[in-house]
Design a protein. Structure first.
Length: 227
């Protein structure tokens, strides 16, 4: 699998290259956000690791440009900022996961494996429910309009569509999507539920994601969700 690493600290950049190559990945390393964007637009990668603070173009700006130009590869953000608001900004920009510095290389490898596993495991079969269509090959959610989803948004929507006949327990959803990521909590899931609600409104769907009193999550018609 091909991984793009964008990190301006040369020692860390080199360390990431070595550990990833030793783990069997084909690695391309760059040192600023502009070059990261150029490489992402000209080559195909199975995963991208982006530092936030970089010269020429920061990681968040590069990420927004990538998503705006149709790059759907999963992105792991490296950040020295551990505050919740900073994490939300990264997720809003289109990141699929984040890893605060300093971090253990074993944890980074686990995050990369999880992202690439989900990416390679997707079926290209379209899913439909109600008035929406979901395309795993292009990460697109469509109704009257079309929007792109992040990796975790896509996975959550797939799970909801395939289990639309009953609510899913929060613990089950966390286990399926975030697997062994111990940093993922109910707040993480609530954040992604809010993202999907916004995406459903953006495509002008009549569907909504409902959370019942017991915490069960389900995709339903909007009029049911507001009762």
């Amino acid at each position: 699998m091909k991984i793009l690493v964008a990190e301006d600290t040369r020692d860390l950049n080199r360390a990431l290259e070595v550990i990833l190559e030793q783990s069997g990945y084909e690695v391309t390393c760059v040192f600023d956000g502009r070059e990261a964007l150029d490489r992402a637009l000209s080559q195909s990668f199975d995963g991208i690791i982006l530092d936030i603070m970089m010269p020429k173009m920061d990681g968040l700006e590069a990420l927004r440009e990538m998503r705006g130009r149709g790059i759907v590869a999963p992105v792991l953000l490296l950040t020295a900022k551990a505050e919740v608001d900073d994490r939300v900004v990264g997720l809003d920009a289109g990141a699929d996961d984040y890893l605060p510095k300093p971090f253990a290389m074993k944890e980074l490898l686990a995050r990369v494996r999880a992202l690439c596993k989900r990416r390679s495991g997707y079926s290209d079969v379209d899913l439909s429910f109600g008035d929406i269509r979901l395309r795993a090959d292009t990460f697109e959610l469509a109704c009257e309009n079309t929007v792109r989803l992040s990796v975790k948004e896509l996975e959550l929507m797939q799970l909801l569509i395939r289990n639309a006949d009953h609510p899913l327990a929060s613990e089950f959803v966390l286990g399926r999507i975030w697997e062994d990521d111990r940093s993922a909590t109910g707040e993480t899931l609530a954040l992604y539920v809010s993202y999907l609600r916004a995406k459903l409104k953006a495509v002008a769907s009549t569907l909504a994601v409902m959370v019942n009193d017991e915490g069960g999550i389900r995709l339903v018609a909007r009029e049911v969700a507001v009762r």
